[in-house]
Design a protein around this ligand. Sequence first.
Ligand code: AHR
Length: 514
Amino acid sequence: MNKIRLSLLMLLSYFSANAQNTVKINAAGTGNSEVKISKHIYGHFAEHLGACIYGGFYVGEDSKIPNTNGVRNDVVAALKTLKVPNLRWPGGCFADTYHWKDGIGPKDKRPSMVNTWWGGVTENNSFGTHDFLNMCELIGTEPYLAGNIGSGSVQELADWVQYVNFDGESPMSKLRRQNGRDKPWKVKFWGIGNEAWGCGGNMTADYYANEYRKYATFVSDWTNTGALFRIASGANSADYNWTETLMKNIPGNMLSGVALHHYSVIDWNKKGPSTDFNEQQYFTTMQRALQMEELVTKHSAIMDKYDPQKKIALVVDEWGGWYEVEPGTNPGFLYQQNTMRDAMIAGVTLNIFNNHSDRVRMANLAQAINVLQAVILTKDEKMVLTPTYHVMEMYNVHQDATLLPVEVKSKDYVVNNQKLPAVSASASRDAKGLTHISLVNIDSKNAQEISLDLPGTKSGGVTGRILASSKLQDFNSFENPKKIQPAAFKDAKLNAGKLTVKVPPFSVVVLEVK
Ligand code: AHR
């Protein structure tokens, strides 16, 4: 074979390998052991950090901003529409400095503290346990409390459990009743510390495993029957030794979930701006986001060794994009805008979680309001829903639906000779028998034509919604809050179990097939 023919053949095979995007959906689901996409994958996170709580969720009873017991009505309505399944509080790093008893009782008698992690501001504790748990009832979400094991005590955490969960007569339930709440809130999700390897106490994995066992013994209903869902502070991104050590040293009946934190950050010393980013910065952010696939695969494989029946959940209770703060804002408040890049992070990450929902059964985007990859931004009485909000709202059709595994073959998105798969997908079937498929095209320049194979699906028609914009750097501002919004998607054609879809550059599409 001469050289020219060989090169031609190589070129041809390159193009045929890259010629088409295909998504094969297994309509039979995962077979006998059907997997449900837990709604808790769509959880959020509210820390006492910057304007997340004060100004974000809570403005106080005397505010001119319409509120219910101090909680903004616009925020409650938006989060109800989002179908927030759980909300993590009070941190983050803040959690391991928080003493819950300072946040109960008459507000004018509550002691202040300094928020040492986040801007060194004075925290007056006006938003405390009752405020948070009543707010969760208002939103219709399950609370996830993060306990203080860094600077607290076993007794303090055990008292918190008794205060919020005990129905009978006890010192703590008596105190709760004195503070105006008769029935317990019955909080199920409990975090035993946060980032114990860092701001939660700089512990080694071995040391933390022992601390976990001690604290978890008292974060219980004293039967160890698993009524409370206890979550161990987990690994920082690819720290696989952390997961291995916890799984090896903590008895399975004491552990409901192991956490994992992973942020899509370009470089911790040079995070880049949130809106004024270039193509390479976008590419690197997407690389970090897509790394989640490898992380959940490898952490899950370690968990499989010790827990082959997958009883213990992998809980990704902090994830999202992290950039430089907006110019002129307090660096300790982590306030950043939210563009179509963030919509891409949300789309691909949620697809990864859906596809790994046999093990990933809970996750929390960091954070809900005014901090990092927020779904809501507020400025006095104004409120903006970010592109990330819209992606999470479009994807909420997957909550508690049956996972339909997908096989994706994607063209490459290439920048400076580096490549990533352009297309990401996940699919599920809901209780009404509707199939939902979420598709993301991260390519900043090229639309992707995708051919989807849906064997076994009744072809009763397809509808869809799309989130797109003309520039990757576009965002919803207080001046133009509805610039980016979901719209009807018409570019899908269904024919005898085959679907052809054209997904524009940097857009998210969610299809519904009857
Ligand atoms: O989400 C912001 C911070 O990031 C959290 O407080 C901490 O847990 C993590 O390092």
